[in-house]
Design a protein around this ligand. Structure first.
Ligand SMILES: O=P(O)(O)OC[C@H]1O[C@H](OP(=O)(O)OP(=O)(O)O)[C@H](O)[C@@H]1O
Ligand SMILES: NC(=O)CC[C@H](N)C(=O)O
Ligand SMILES: [Mg+2]
Length: 495
């Protein structure tokens, strides 16, 4: 996994790109004008580790040259050595934690990506996924572009390079106008740190400040980690430019309502982060409250599935009046199972990660509360674990609606046929996971937890396609693959 591999032929290459599409999230971080830019970026990435664990990288600029260090694996393993930080001199830095959504888990796909352009060096780090990434790549390759990676993100470098505009910022804006899908970018040129969010603001990005120096980060937890002050969120469709003169805002897109991804609140973001002005922890607790209102059940104990099920279980317990107990203990040295690359490793991860706390569940009617059910890997194992530990009844409650649709915006929801709720009805799922009862939070209950009355189908406040199938942007690559629009193979294009 840690070495680059090249597909044997052009057809294999495109197949690999297409097959290797849906995984999870990423974390981005950037700082401008700080003498310890690389070390601070490493710390910021460490706080954002939950967003991606495959690989990380940092690019710095020292006023003269760009420097890059990219490694497979965890931030702590890659960037805790002083010698590595010393190889990253400079006062401006951008960093990235990767969980691949387009392109394999190989070193040459690790971000930030970097290129020497006519305007000077340019590094970019991307959280999200472009829904026309493949179409752009095909066009660029047909026009003679030489791609160095298999990620969707690389298209941005080429689009900036090919723009006919003079100023770097205008070229960057030219490039983002051609993108579809989800992106939160941090980018570094010789003079600027740039942050950009897609027109709907699907993926998060915040602005902070440390000792008078601006910071960009996926989540506020990265600011807290380094003692920086939160300034504001980058707005949907906004491009912010940070230079020695301060911060400038540009709005290159027609104004439209934001639609942040609701899954950030359910699962991805750290509970101590504040996303779009809302405490993730508080929102998750309210999801548990709504869930208990909708589907309470007589029981002796409410048991969270750690980690991300914990706040919802607290809310469920408070609303239902049934005591909360840590009936499952989580091993802290195992990463998130959802974001491991293969199903086999995911299954192994669940067994390594959770164990029953027998004294809290033996002889009890247990309500298990988790934030979400994706493939069902976690739930099957844990229901059995509770029964083995002597629970008399095991009820399963999910603090989000059934996930029936795949994601194309940077989340590791698999193809539909692997999503449990897309394959089975409620009773089928109950039987599959072996619980005595099963219930999910309703879509309106989820919106209530978010402080809305209910979901307004004419104007939904959030990107919620995983539950509703309502994709807020065109899915160009998917339509090209499945919608009858014939794409030429690379070989056919070349001949
Ligand atoms: O149905 P599944 O395919 O098992 O996926 C769902 C599980 O994955 C996530 O947890 P994860 O272990 O990734 O991370 P966490 O420790 O933050 O809860 C989520 O919280 C569910 O527990
Ligand atoms: N999960 C993400 O945000 C991934 C970013 C980018 N699409 C990649 O695959 O590298
Ligand atoms: Mg979990």
């Amino acid at each position: 996994m840690n070495t680059d591999s090249h597909a044997a032929g052009a057809d294999d290459f495109w197949r690999e790109l297409e097959a290797d599409r849906l995984h999870e999230e990423c974390g981005v971080f950037g700082i401008f004008g700080h003498p310890d830019a690389a070390a601070i970026t490493a710390l910021g990435l460490h706080a954002l580790q939950h967003r991606g664990q495959e690989a990380s990288g940092i690019v710095t600029f020292d006023g003269n040259r760009f420097h890059a260090e990219k490694r497979m694996g965890l931030v702590g393993d890659s960037f805790s050595d002083q010698a590595v930080i010393e190889r990253l001199p400079g006062t401006a830095a951008v960093g990235h934690n990767r969980y691949s959504t387009t392109g394999e888990t190989i070193l040459r796909n690790v971000q930030p990506l970097f290129a020497e352009l006519a305007t000077g060096g340019f590094a970019v780090a991307h959280n999200g996924n472009l829904t026309n990434g493949l179409a752009l790549r095909r066009q660029l390759v047909a026009e003679g572009a030489i791609c160095q990676s298999t990620t969707d993100t690389e298209a941005v470098l080429h689009l900036v390079a090919r723009s006919q505009r003079n100023r770097f910022l205008d070229r960057f804006i030219d490039a983002v106008r051609q993108l579809e899908g989800a992106y939160a970018f941090v980018a570094l040129s010789t003079k600027k740190l740039i942050g950009a969010r897609d027109p709907l603001g699907i993926r998060p990005l915040v602005i902070g400040e440390l000792d008078g120096h601006y910071i960009l980060a996926s989540e506020t937890c990265a600011l807290d980690m380094i003692g920086a002050k939160y300034i504001r969120d980058v707005e949907n469709g906004e491009v912010v430019v940070i230079t020695e003169d301060g911060i400038e805002s540009h709005k290159p897109f027609p104004k439209q309502a934001e639609r942040p991804c609701i899954f950030e609140f359910i699962y991805f973001s750290r509970p101590d982060s504040v996303v779009q002005g809302k405490s993730v922890y508080d929102v998750r607790k309210r999801m548990g409250v709504e869930l208990a209102r909708e589907s309470s059940v007589p029981a002796d104990v409410i048991v969270p599935i750690p980690d991300s099920g914990v706040p919802a279980a607290l809310g469920f317990s408070q609303q239902s009046g049934v005591p909360f107990e840590l009936g499952i203990i989580r091993n802290h040295y195992v990463g998130r199972t959802f974001i491991q690359p293969t199903q086999r490793i995911r299954e192994l991860g669940v067994r390594l990660k959770h164990s029953a706390n027998r004294s809290r569940v033996e002889g009890k009617r247990v309500v298990l509360v988790d934030d979400s059910l994706v493939r069902g890997t976690t739930s099957v194992k844990i229901v059995q674990m509770m029964r083995d530990a002597g629970a008399t009844e095991v009820h399963f409650r999910l603090a989000s609606p059934p996930i029936t649709h795949s994601d194309y915006y940077g989340i590791d929801t698999p193809e539909r046929d692997k999503l449990l709720a897309a394959r089975l009805d409620l009773e089928g799922m109950r039987q599959f996971i072996g619980a005595d009862s099963l219930a999910f939070l309703s879509v309106d209950g989820l919106y209530r937890a978010m402080g809305e009355g209910a979901r307004d189908p004419a104007n939904p406040r959030f990107t919620d396609h995983c539950f509703t199938g309502d994709y807020p942007t065109p899915l160009t690559d998917l339509m090209n693959e499945t919608g009858g629009v014939k794409q030429l193979s690379l070989l056919a294009e070349a001949s």
